[in-house]
Write a protein that binds this ligand. Structure first.
Ligand SMILES: *Cc1c(COP(=O)(O)O)cnc(C)c1O
Length: 383
């Protein structure tokens, strides 16, 4: 990723900044399409992972659909070239304004997350004399076995409609004139690398697919969400997510009826690897039995370590020292959780060294904040 030419350019830039390797993004998108196409699977990109406009235009140009979780994401997706009939809109708290706008834009489908929302979409669609296409987001009670803060498919989570409420949904669907059920939707969590989790999901989806058929609904779409994880520990050896194993599990265990479409919503797996956060060492400080490496980037530019103890590989791109030292790599923000890594073994480093925090393309730039009145930062792109 950091060839001598790229490095020469990066050394000239004012830090901190996000770095995106667009060549790797394109290779990743290609690998995903190549793995999904033989099965006829349709992939929607989850904008919430990264809504950088250069990245969005690249993904839209490759024919992906868009998975949005706010009205603004829906509008941005269309502006960046995603087709309106390939936009899905999820979220537990869609406002009336967001629903009205998405109806007017004729998006493909609302992924509905509560019984009450179903009635409201029907009412709002009636006012526009439209029929809203909806998918019921079902909480499958499948444990994603990932970090508790990014698990979404358990009954204790706020997402989706629980199984005991499905009869109420069916009642509304039979009576409501302005909604059309096109499918069922699931999303169990994020950063899932254990394929058995997806197998369990498939078996649950099969049950619900049949349950709906028994009640007279021949579903057009099975939307199994996203969640495929990436290798944060080995960003160079495993730079592209394991799309082959992922789609194969769904082909093997998901029972599709003739003509039934399978939709996916991948975020992290498409964009994590191509991004990095680049920063400079401001100070090296010796604490009690500790060395602190203080960077000019912090939790305001990459929140994941502070938010869910996420691991990111940290590299010194400048030092050629053979002397290995353990550093607590921290940011400048006034919070103890503003720490990128503890006891990280790195070559001996000094003020001014360029540091890369790898695999920051997903849930990085999108979560940036102005806390401490920090300056917003820009992105640098390379092919
Ligand atoms: C966040 C989210 C996704 C994408 O998750 P990744 O782990 O980034 O693939 C997909 N669908 C829904 C409904 C989501 O909330």
């Amino acid at each position: 990723m950091f060839t001598p030419e790229v490095l020469a350019d990066l050394n000239k830039q004012e830090t901190p900044f996000y770095f995106y390797h667009l060549g790797l993004l394109e290779q990743t998108l290609y690998a995903c399409s190549e793995a999904a196409n033989p099965y006829g699977f349709k992939v929607h990109y989850a904008l919430k992972a990264n809504f950088n406009e250069t990245i969005l235009r690249t993904i839209a140009a490759k024919g992906f659909g868009a998975d949005c979780v706010s009205g603004n994401e829906v509008k941005l997706a269309l502006k960046m070239g995603f087709k309106n009939n390939e936009v899905v809109f999820a979220g537990v708290g869609k406002s009336d304004k967001e629903i009205k706008e998405a109806l007017a834009l004729d998006i493909f489908c609302f992924n509905v997350e509560s019984v009450e929302e179903l009635s409201i979409i029907n009412e709002l669609a009636a006012k526009q004399q439209k029929k809203a296409r909806v998918a019921i987001r079902i909480n499958p009670n499948v444990d994603a076995k990932t970090h508790q803060h990014i698990t979404t498919g358990l009954e204790e989570n706020k997402f989706g409609i629980n199984t005991w409420e499905l009869n109420d949904c069916v009642k509304i669907l039979h009576e409501a004139k302005h909604i059309e059920l096109v499918g069922i939707h699931f999303h169990v969590g994020s950063q899932v690398r254990d394929m058995d989790v997806f197998k369990s999901l498939c078996l649950r989806v099969n049950e619900f697919n049949n349950w709906f058929l028994d009640r007279g609904f021949d579903l057009k779409v099975l939307n199994v969400g996203g969640g495929l994880g990436v290798d944060y520990c080995h960003p160079d050896e495993n730079s592209i997510a394991d799309f082959d194993s992922y789609f194969k599990v769904f082909d093997q265990f998901l029972e599709r009826r003739k003509g039934q479409e399978v939709h996916f919503e991948l975020g992290r797996a498409l964009v994590a690897g191509c991004g990095a956060l680049l920063a400079k060492v401001l100070y090296i400080k010796k604490g009690i039995k500790k060395n602190f490496m203080i960077l000019d980037a912090g939790m305001t530019e990459l929140l994941r370590p502070a938010l869910y103890q996420a691991y990111h590989k940290i590299e010194n791109l400048s030092s050629t020292s053979k002397n290995g030292i353990k550093y607590d790599v921290v940011g400048p923000v006034c919070e103890s959780t503003d720490t990128f890594g503890k006891e990280v073994l790195m070559p001996e480093s000094e003020r001014g060294d360029l540091i890369a925090i790898r695999t920051a393309g997903a849930y990085g730039e999108v979560m940036a904040s102005r806390y401490n009145l920090r300056e917003p930062i820009t992105a640098v792109y390379h092919q």
